[in-house]
Design a protein around this ligand. Structure first.
Ligand code: PLP
Length: 866
């Protein structure tokens, strides 16, 4: 019998255990070990079966057990202690509260997905996990963030594998009442609703769920309510499910609906409205338009409102892969905005923001990343290398500037250590090093012996092997209902064999099957008589990605070989719960993307926090942190002429590394059975990487490099009824209008001997046609650097030249050139010292100057001497 309707009935707790409700209602339990232990203690086997979910546990446990615990004095006082600890955590001042100087009172963080806990499956992969970790670390640091996302009724999808290795998707529906969520309500108890005007006089309504993530609130918009027509109820059906219009509706809801929701939430909670808006990837970019619309409502013009919205917006780009960027037909976008959706905003102004108006762009496309960059004055990539790649990739928006000057910075991702460090390692740190904070523990200290480290690594490997066998057994039963689990499944993986992990989404660039390049070679590594390795693989392919599913199938089929199936296995349904056991349980974490397409990659970071060594292409975060001891670098064949050649070279390097460098030291044991060299590398990894890879480092960088500057600019532009915003808009329009007539008319140089020597001074006089602009509207710069054949400069520096108020000189020039005084060039001069030998080159250029610009390149205007 199938139910026509389902809901969850929450347990009524005995009075003495009432605090359990409070603890279950705040997702801090997802990283707070003492809280987890309290719930686990209620019913350990049930806790494991339901994947460590307190709300589900309280709903499922036998009430008699709760009655029993209600009379257990120690347990009750434990519960109350942890409850008090939570309250302290929520109220005490933390890092942000101690910061001196101006700082935003509220920051809204928008993301299409949030991966916080296995119990709240609202993520597909790295982007969502990162967002979850961002909220958690913001909570730990006391950063006044509020998260904004959507609530997807079926999350992403659950993955099963058919007997012929094909990925099968299912979409189990979530019941929000069975999750740690509550509906956002007004003081009178009525639920808050956000509404968006749609074409054909339709309206989309959403309710708002609120989750507590430590100190942080996460708002999630949900369209599955009776006020919507049936089709509109499906807008938030699944994550990344539909294409085109469905996707656009989700993004309109996230950006515009989300900005409205966060404003309502602030008012209802008596909190300041956000001053800074951070969009995690371009999907939420419409939030800037909602802000522009409301500023227009306050009497600003479009371009004045744009200045304010830009100043307070942070845009993080996450991918150099074109398929990762949302692009819509502009005609579709036009149809949605030729409505009452955004009062005051003209459709053409809006379309201009997403237009690919640069060489190679498509005229019919509305590009969310491009809009993100135009609406966000502050932008970043997610590792140093990805910052460089992004500056190059988007340089078409700043024509005339070198890629290095494109105003996109980088902040390398991090991962939330308390969430991703195994409890066994936390316990070791607590027992030996006096702190459960593994990211600051002194792992170099001899107080933790090699034996300690090796033992805990062994425990974690064993725990993972057991979990893997359970999962493989369960998957076998799904394929063979009613069967008896065969004995070989209890031999899958050996708790003493070097274990390599590879788990991630399956887009082509991540090259899931690179290891299969030479199947015989791989087989030999797996079955090596002295130094065998075993490999665990997991990952979901996007349901529409047939190629990804074929890759999974290849792995599954290879692993089905009876001789190999205990050494290599694919675990279905990769998720947070699996990941939390897999990272600690593997000795080596493998990553072999096509460089430089992995923007950062965070699974290797999570593995490293548990003492696993990384074996990775130098892509994403790895080139920043690889030090020769904390793992291995797989050389990338960037110069290979085609992709098959490249795969071949890189796969061979991978096999060589595993056979000769990775496996031997793992099996090289001392008299106590400890591999000393290997353990030294574990120690190096824990000591060197833990503080750096922790998301606390990342969130502090966001605060210092982006949120605070954005808050300051936003406040400056908004003060005195937006005076500076009005002035800036007027100034920009004056500059833009005059710019085509701005030029470097003529450059004179002197001061350098016939044979230039280090220490010589190069004197420059540049005559610049300002076309009516004032000298202080611009900066005239000499741009100089090394010149190594060709015209291109490297190691470039710039230095401003000063305007000369020399009326006589100007008159003389006017006489000489015969040009009328008003159109006369202005003279700028300066000196550059030649401080190093070798080829030297320079040019002179003019760029707009205004201290409200964050970079000379910001407006994309430049006039270079020719
Ligand atoms: C960390 C994580 C990811 C992202 O891993 P990448 O290395 O960035 O691809 C994806 N899924 C889950 C469940 C994770 O925990």
């Amino acid at each position: 019998m199938k139910a026509i309707r389902k809901f969850t009935v929450r347990a009524v707790l005995p009075e003495s255990l009432a605090a359990l409700d409070e603890l279950a209602g705040n997702l801090r339990w997802s990283w707070h070990e003492p809280t987890r232990q309290l719930f686990e203690h209620i019913a350990p086997e049930l806790w494991r079966r339901i994947g460590g979910d307190p709300v589900a546990l309280l709903g499922a446990v036998d009430p008699a057990r709760l009655q029993e615990l209600a009379h257990d004095h120690d347990y009750v006082s434990g519960v109350n202690l942890v409850r008090d600890d939570l309250r302290n955590y929520l109220e005490q001042p933390r890092w942000y509260q101690e910061l001196e100087g101006a700082k935003p009172a509220s920051i809204a963080y928008f993301s299409p997905e949030f991966g916080i806990a296995a119990a709240l499956p609202q993520y597909s992969g790295g982007l969502g996990i990162l967002a979850g970790d961002h909220l958690k670390s913001a909570s730990d640091l006391g950063v006044p963030l509020v998260g904004v996302g959507l609530f997807y009724k079926a999350g992403y999808f659950s993955q099963a594998i058919s007997s012929d290795g094909w990925q099968l998707e299912s979409y189990p529906l979530l019941d929000p009442d069975g999750l740690p969520l509550s509906v956002l309500r007004r003081a009178d108890g009525s639920p808050v609703q956000v509404s968006l005007a749609l074409p054909d006089d339709r309206t989309l309504h959403a309710r708002v769920w609120e989750a507590r993530v430590g100190r942080i609130r996460l708002l999630m918009l949900d369209t599955d309510i009776p006020e919507n027509t049936d089709d509109l109820r499906q807008v938030t059906d699944r994550l990344y499910g539909g294409g085109g219009e469905h996707r656009l509706l989700q993004e309109l809801l996230l950006g515009i609906g989300g900005a409205r929701a966060v404003r309502l939430w602030s008012t209802l909670n008596d909190r300041p409205e956000p001053e800074v808006f951070h969009t995690n990837e371009g999907h939420a970019g419409f939030l800037g338009l909602e802000r522009i619309s409301s500023l227009i409502g306050e009497g600003l013009s479009f371009s004045e409102a744009l200045q304010v919205a830009r100043a307070g917006t942070v845009f993080t780009t996450h991918t150099p892969v074109a398929a990762g960027i949302d692009r819509f037909d502009s005609s579709l976008v036009r149809r949605y905005f030729e409505t009452d959706l955004l009062p005051g905003v003209a459709v053409d102004d809006l379309l201009g923001l997403g237009a690919e108006s640069y060489p190679g762009g498509s005229p019919d496309v509305f590009n969310m990343a491009i809009m993100g960059l135009r609406l966000g004055q502050h932008a970043n990539g997610v590792s140093k290398l990805h910052g460089e790649v992004s500056r190059r990739m988007f340089s078409g928006l700043w024509p005339g500037f070198d890629a290095s000057e494109v105003p996109i910075t980088s902040i390398t991702n991090g991962v939330h250590a308390p969430t991703w460090t195994d409890p066994a390692l936390k316990a070791l740190a607590a027992n030996r090093l006096g702190t459960a904070d593994t990211s600051t523990a002194d792992w170099a200290s001899p107080v933790v012996s090699d034996q300690d480290l090796w033992d805990v690594r062994g425990d974690m490997r064993r725990q993972f092997v057991e979990d893997a066998r359970r999962r493989i057994g369960a998957a076998w039963l799904v394929q063979n209902p009613g069967g008896l689990i065969p004995a070989w499944i209890n031999q899958v993986f050996d708790p003493d064999v070097l274990t390599i992990g590879f788990a991630r989404r399956v887009p082509t660039y991540k090259r899931l099957t690179l290891m299969l390049h030479d199947p015989e070679r791989l087989r030999a590594l797996l079955l090596h008589p002295e130094h065998p390795v075993q490999i665990v693989i997991a990952g979901k392919s996007h349901p529409a990605d047939e190629e990804g599913k074929r890759l999974i199938q290849k792995i599954v089929q290879f692993a089905a070989d009876p001789e190999l199936r205990t050494r290599i296995a694919f675990l279905p349904d990769y998720n947070i719960g699996m990941a939390q056991l897999m990272y600690p349980g593997t000795d080596v974490w493998l990553n072999n993307p096509l460089r430089p397409l992995e923007a950062c990659g965070t699974s290797g970071m999570k593995a490293a926090l548990n003492g696993a060594l990384n074996l990775s292409i130098l892509d994403g975060w790895w080139p920043e942190y690889f030090d020769g001891q904390n793992g291995w670098a797989i050389p990338s064949a960037d110069a290979a002429t085609n992709s098959a050649e490249r795969d071949r070279i890189e796969a061979e390097a991978l096999y060589e590394l595993i056979e000769h460098q990775v496996a031997p030291p793992f099996y090289e044991r001392n008299a106590d059975g400890v591999p000393e060299r290997w353990v030294a590398n574990i120690r190096q990894t824990l000591a060197g990487l833990s503080p750096e890879l922790n998301a606390g480092r990342m969130v502090r960088e966001y605060v210092e490099k982006l949120y605070r500057p954005a808050g300051v600019s936003e406040a400056r532009l908004s003060a005195n009824d937006y005076r500076a915003a009005r002035e800036l808009a007027a100034w920009k329009s004056r500059i833009t209008a005059a710019w085509p007539g701005v030029s470097v008319a003529h450059v004179e140089s002197g001061g350098v001997a016939t044979v230039p020597q280090v220490g010589d001074e190069l004197h420059l006089r540049a005559h610049v046609q300002l076309n009516g602009l004032a000298p202080d509207d611009v900066t005239v710069q000499v741009v100089y650097g090394r010149s190594l054949g060709g015209d291109d400069l490297t190691d470039v520096s710039t230095q401003a030249l000063e305007p000369i108020d020399d009326v006589q000189g100007q008159d003389a020039l006017a006489d000489a050139t015969g040009s009328p005084a008003s159109g006369m060039p202005t003279l700028f001069t300066g000196t550059v010292e030649l401080d190093r030998a070798g080829g030297f080159g320079y040019t002179v250029r003019v760029v707009p100057r205004n201290d409200l610009l964050i970079s000379p390149a910001e407006m994309g205007l430049v006039a270079v001497a020719s």
